[in-house]
Write a protein that binds this ligand. Structure first.
Ligand SMILES: [Zn+2]
Length: 121
């Protein structure tokens, strides 16, 4: 689904809701994610893109999650240097919501006024 919008390095399987409902991410998110990949210069593994309400609930996502709007991705990351680089570049690319967890970095396209960088428990 995602790749019907724009050709990127990311697979539909990564970007679309994992339940198979067909919900996908916004073109704006794809464009910025592709830019991030290009700037970092190596593959990014997306563990979660778009989510429908049902899948978000079942996967333990927050109510009102940006994944529901197709405006968020989680990128697999366990290396601190790589994590720092993702955070630095994502900030430059307009990802105003950045969440840091032990094994992934969450990026979303909330507005500038809502900009924040938060930690997962
Ligand atoms: Zn779904």
């Amino acid at each position: 689904m995602a790749n019907k919008i724009i050709k990127t390095h990311f697979s539909d399987r990564e970007m679309d809701c994992h339940c198979g409902c067909g919900k996908t991410v916004s073109p704006e998110l794809l464009v910025r994610l592709e830019a991030l990949r290009s700037m970092i210069g190596c593959p990014l593994s997306v563990t979660s893109g778009a989510r429908c309400e049902t899948h978000n609930r079942e996967s333990g996502g927050k109510p009102g999650s940006w994944h529901l709007k197709g405006l968020a991705v989680d990128i697999s990351c366990v290396d601190s240097e790589f994590r720092g680089e993702i955070i630095r570049l994502a900030g430059l690319l307009g990802f105003n919501g950045i969440g840091v967890a032990k094994t992934f970095v969450h990026l979303d396209l909330r507005s500038v006024g809502e900009r924040c960088c938060f930690l997962y428990d």
